[in-house]
Design a protein around this ligand. Sequence first.
Ligand SMILES: Nc1ncnc2c1ncn2[C@@H]1O[C@H](COP(=O)(O)OP(=O)(O)OP(=O)(O)O)[C@@H](O)[C@H]1O
Ligand SMILES: [Mg+2]
Length: 243
Amino acid sequence: MTAAGGSDGFPFDLPSVAALADSLSFHPKVTFFVGENGTGKSTILEGLADKWGFSMQSGNRSQSLHSREYQTALAPHLTLSRSPNRPLDGFFLRAESFYNFASELDALENEPFCGTGYFNYGGKSLHQQSHGESFFAVFNHRLGDHGFYILDEPEAALSPSRQLAFLVRLNDLVQDELCQFVIATHSPIIMAYPDAWIYEVSERGIKRVTYEETAHYHLTKRFLDHREHMFAQLFSREEEEEE
Ligand SMILES: Nc1ncnc2c1ncn2[C@@H]1O[C@H](COP(=O)(O)OP(=O)(O)OP(=O)(O)O)[C@@H](O)[C@H]1O
Ligand SMILES: [Mg+2]
């Protein structure tokens, strides 16, 4: 993926988007984007999804790729080079638009001759499931067979044990069904998936790092190993102010 020819202002003033002037390769199985809030991970994923033809609202691929207009400023400037293995399916899942997606699915189920009994979604409306359950219904039933999937913070709905279950399903999808994933995450559990590349996004641009080099790993490890000490540091000013 490469971005060229963007104008001034958002999103081209983000260092991470500027860094796309040099091409960025994706791992054939899983590529993670990690980094601080506001560094541009969602902006890049949305541009990529838009370029690919995924709807920003529903997550599915548009049927009319040739006539559709881009929904992000970044997409028209992106060039994607694809591997010889063309994906057969695709989906863009982001926490913010998941509610709209569930509503669109309900509307479709109520159309004459369109209902499938939520066949691809665990057999019932996503609105009748908890946040984590509905996410898992999509992940377990909707994805598969040579798909290309973009996920923005999939951990938002998931408990730590469900995040491990997510990794098991992710592993099945990439190993057995030859799926490819691009995932933005803050979860130190999810980004630990071993057969993956990690891009750390920051105000300095985009850098490929190992799991142990990520700020998320360092901070989480330090917190779990030295919680009391960290709290003593973090709260020390507040206590002085209270005295
Ligand atoms: N439509 C917009 N117009 C102007 N600035 C925007 C717009 N959307 C996002 N931004 C800004 O661009 C920056 C990157 O936002 P983005 O949502 O891509 O960050 P992120 O890395 O996904 O953060 P987070 O980890 O919090 O999800 C932020 O500073 C944000 O305020
Ligand atoms: Mg984001």
